[in-house]
Design a protein around this ligand. Structure first.
Ligand code: GLA
Length: 452
């Protein structure tokens, strides 16, 4: 696809830098409204979560609340399977997510209560043992925050959520973000460096959950901005110091990044308002106004639960790594347009998808800036076709859902997230009746502390 001349700045922000983002990163795992629903998963007690062995623990819900934090889910407009290839994505945080309430724990143990699935966990605050299932998220967050130098006080945490079940809207990142912000505030730490925190939380997925995902979900959840999508340049995002190198305590706060005033005015990216923040070329995060007028973005659940660690996600990632090896490059961001032709199949198809998907992010940004929503719809359709035919991460139920939405008048429809199930995102022009099960999605704010 040709790159339009007026695409703006969300392009190649760090070309020429060493590939830095290919390592362990973030995840999206099928979750219940607040935690991953994995009936029958290893580690889940027989008889379902309500019979958890942790039920014996003291309920998490007593005592004064010390912190309340919210982590939003996300929708990715376009730019799928590009994050772990140092590429471009265009997500936005949504208004639904996970809320964590913290109270002191006086016996030195961390106590979690996932209210929506009636499941509990109790573990030592220092060096939590490894487990399977949703408990690995909380234990991983505690372990990696501690490893990064934060002292974390024992807490009783209550987890509730509003994200629909297993719909591919990254309830896992929402959970991690809410847990981390609640634990940091509960432990007396101030606002963390959010870019470092995104990297750290993605390592939870890689190292504790077993999903070798990228930075997309945690970054969207931590940096959401009402009215905006976020154009992410993951190569630039990956060029931050490793989370383990973060100073303990309270690093400098990371206010929502905004373009410098002049650039924001020129691009309309910030509606003419600029807030203090790092230059986007350095942050890898550029807010892009998502002005839909009377058009609507909705998600519809395909009904197929996806669990990234168990799906072909890790296989796709390994295929990309193999393609890089054969091409002699560190990251697919450095692949040229001829690269697919030099690779055996299916690697050629995978690389073709990644190259074109990066271009589609640029096209979508250009379409948004031009107010060309029919073009945005075409980009969504093209992304879906590529994910189905080249990246091969679709399933029949997702195809049926996308086809139904197009038949109902959607200008474009595509699967969101890692694939192999989950939700379909559709863009509807004014005047079209939305299907009853459609959930309207709009960009909301970032993960944040809420009043106690
Ligand atoms: C999941 C992962 C992300 C990203 C998407 C695909 O949501 O968690 O890191 O790779 O799949 O774009």
């Amino acid at each position: 696809m040709d790159r339009p001349a007026n695409v703006g700045r969300c392009v190649d922000m760090t070309d020429g830098q060493a590939a830095g983002g290919g390592g362990a990163r973030s995840a999206e795992v099928a979750l219940d409204s607040s935690v991953p629903p994995r009936p029958g998963e290893p580690g889940e007690p027989a008889g379902g979560p309500r019979r958890s062995r942790m039920r014996r623990g003291r309920p998490a819900g007593r005592g004064p609340v010390t912190a309340v934090a919210f982590g939003p889910g996300r929708v990715n407009l376009v730019g799928e399977h590009t994050d772990y290839n140092d590429g471009l994505c265009l997500p936005f945080a949504i208004e639904l997510g996970v809320t964590v309430r913290a109270r002191p724990s006086l016996d030195g143990l961390m106590r979690m209560h996932a209210v929506d699935i009636g499941s509990h966990d109790v573990f030592p605050a220092v060096a939590p043992p490894r487990v399977e299932g949703w408990r690995s998220f909380a234990r991983g967050v505690v372990a990696l925050l501690t490893e990064a130098g934060y002292s974390i006080r024992p807490a009783r945490l209550t987890i509730t959520g509003t994200l629909p079940r297993g719909a591919g809207l990254s309830s896992s990142a929402a959970l991690e973000v809410a847990l981390a912000l609640a634990l940091l505030a509960h432990s007396g730490h101030g606002e963390p460096d959010r870019r470092q925190l995104a990297g750290l939380l993605s390592r939870v997925e890689n190292e504790w959950v077993g999903a070798r995902t990228g930075l997309l979900d945690q970054t969207a959840s931590l940096f959401g901005r009402p009215g905006h999508a976020l154009c992410l340049d993951v190569r630039a995002l990956g060029a931050i110091p490793a989370p383990g190198q973060a100073p303990g305590g309270v690093p400098a706060p990371g206010p929502l990044p905004a373009p410098p005033a002049s650039a924001a005015r020129a691009s309309g990216a910030d509606g003419g308002r600029a807030t203090p923040g790092a230059e986007p070329a350095a942050t890898g995060i550029e807010p892009v106004r998502l002005d839909l007028g009377r058009w609507r973005l909705v998600t519809v659940d395909s009904g197929v639960r996806h669990a990234i660690a168990a799906s072909g996600y890790n296989t796709r990632r390994a295929e990309c790594a193999r393609a890089c090896e054969l091409l002699g490059i560190g990251s697919l961001r450095d692949a040229d347009q001829d690269a697919p032709g030099r690779l055996p199949e299916p690697l050629g198809r995978r690389v073709r998808h990644v190259l074109a998907e990066n271009e589609r992010v640029r096209l979508a940004v250009a379409a948004l800036r031009a107010g060309d929503l029919p073009e945005l719809g075409r980009v969504l359709d093209a992304s879906h076709a590529s994910l189905r035919d080249l990246y091969e991460v679709s399933v029949p139920e997702v195809e049926a859902t996308a086809a139904r939405l197009r038949a109902l008048g959607a200008a474009g429809a595509r699967m969101v997230g890692g694939g192999f199930g989950g939700s379909v995102l559709a863009l509807f022009p004014p005047g079209r009746r939305l299907p009853a099960e459609a959930m309207r999605v709009a960009p909301g704010g970032p993960g944040r502390l809420l009043p106690r």
